[in-house]
Design a protein around this ligand. Structure first.
Ligand SMILES: [Mg+2]
Length: 138
């Protein structure tokens, strides 16, 4: 888990892992790959379209979830039951769709020059100070 703190300059950092650039390097690599594959880079003109393409990947994940016949612990009383072979494939497909969403998101962050790693660190610092479930039901 992240351990967000403020340093003596007021900058937020992760005292456990530091604020390296691993995630930002991944974002850059994915953006380079997308460019090599001919995808238009994100700019402010196509930003809404690119956001919706991330949403479509999440929708595909939902479609895979809807195909699952039996979720151990939800559709069965025993949470240690195993998924069927077919449902294991659907769960695997959900992972691929989440990866598609992350790939699009990471590419977008690099193309628009967001320091996603720092943004996450700063947002987690803010979130840490919020109440349980942010005083919401879910
Ligand atoms: Mg997909």
């Amino acid at each position: 888990m992240l351990a967000m703190e403020k340093d003596h300059n007021g900058s937020i950092y992760d005292s456990k892992y530091g604020c390296g650039s691993l995630l930002n390097r991944l974002c850059e690599e994915i953006a380079d790959w997308a460019k090599d594959k001919g995808f238009d880079p994100t700019d402010w003109g196509n930003f809404p379209e690119k956001l919706m393409l991330i949403s479509t990947e999440l929708g595909e994940a939902l479609q895979e979830f809807r195909k699952i016949k039996c979720i151990p612990g939800i559709d069965t009383p025993n949470p240690t039951d195993n998924f069927s072979k077919e449902d294991k494939e659907r769960v695997s497909n959900i992972g691929f769709e989440l990866a598609d969403a992350a790939i699009r998101l990471f590419s977008m962050a690099a193309e628009l020059d967001f320091d996603l790693e720092r943004s996450i660190a700063e947002k987690m610092f803010v979130n840490e100070g919020r109440p349980y479930k942010h005083n919401r039901r879910c």
